[in-house]
Design a protein around this ligand. Structure first.
Ligand code: DC
Length: 208
């Protein structure tokens, strides 16, 4: 059985949490596609040409996930993600992952629109700017990064603008995506809403 769950949305809306919970609930594999762009951004900060970096990612580029979450890497990721050749170099890997046997959850910005327009389930997870900035601030401060709330808010706003305005695969909800606004929702409710959406499709399939 292959079943793809595409989860898109802006930074810090809760899509990673929802994606991990859905994957764990159904026993599906999970790919945080933002990490691919973060790894390319990290290598670009180390002076590697971004397209070459995207075409030659190795497991060791993901050995320190915490470092890939640093604010300077977020910005670098968003910048390299605006380059069509970088995105093109990462397409095959993501599509192969999406079609693996046993089910897959991918979260990112363009999964339901560009990478897997045929995904069986599409979710668009979002939240207000203020809620997202507060969440990301708490996350970063809690893991020892030296950040201010105003700095985090400005960083998110800049990334959102770049991610949504770029010509190739801009951040946008697929027409057939289920919208989950987590601004005033508990994590549990957001996760349950996502699980219900996936279960509707999954149950129909496993019943044959
Ligand atoms: O999800 P994230 O915040 O870890 O993603 C980091 C950056 O990577 C984000 O600002 C935009 C880019 N990205 C993208 O363009 N397409 C994706 N599918 C995932 C991330």
């Amino acid at each position: 059985m292959s079943l793809t769950v595409a989860i898109d949305g802006p930074a810090a809306a809760g899509k990673g949490t929802v994606a991990r919970a859905v994957a764990a609930h159904f026993g599906f594999a999970h790919l945080d596609t933002g990490l691919l762009y973060r790894a390319v951004g990290r290598r670009a900060l180390d002076h590697m040409e971004p397209v070459e970096a995207a075409a030659s990612l190795r497991p060791s580029d993901f050995s320190d996930i915490e470092a890939l979450r640093a604010p300077e890497v977020s910005q670098a990721a968003s910048r390299v993600a605006a380059m069509p050749e970088v995105r093109a170099a990462l397409v095959d890997f993501q599509r192969a992952f999406a079609r693996r046997q046993g089910g897959a959850v991918l979260d990112g910005r363009d999964i339901g629109t560009v990478i897997c327009p045929e995904a069986e389930v599409k979710l668009f997870v979002t939240a207000s700017d203020e809620v997202r900035a507060n969440r990301r601030y708490r996350e970063l401060a809690g893991t020892g990064h030296e950040v201010t709330l105003a700095g985090v808010a400005a960083d998110l706003a800049e990334r959102d603008r770049r991610d949504a305005a770029r010509a190739t695969a801009p951040l946008t909800a697929a027409k057939d995506a289920v919208l989950i606004d987590t601004s005033r929702m508990s994590i549990e409710t957001a996760v349950q809403t996502a699980i219900d959406a996936v279960a509707a499709v999954h149950n129909a399939r496993t019943r044959g």
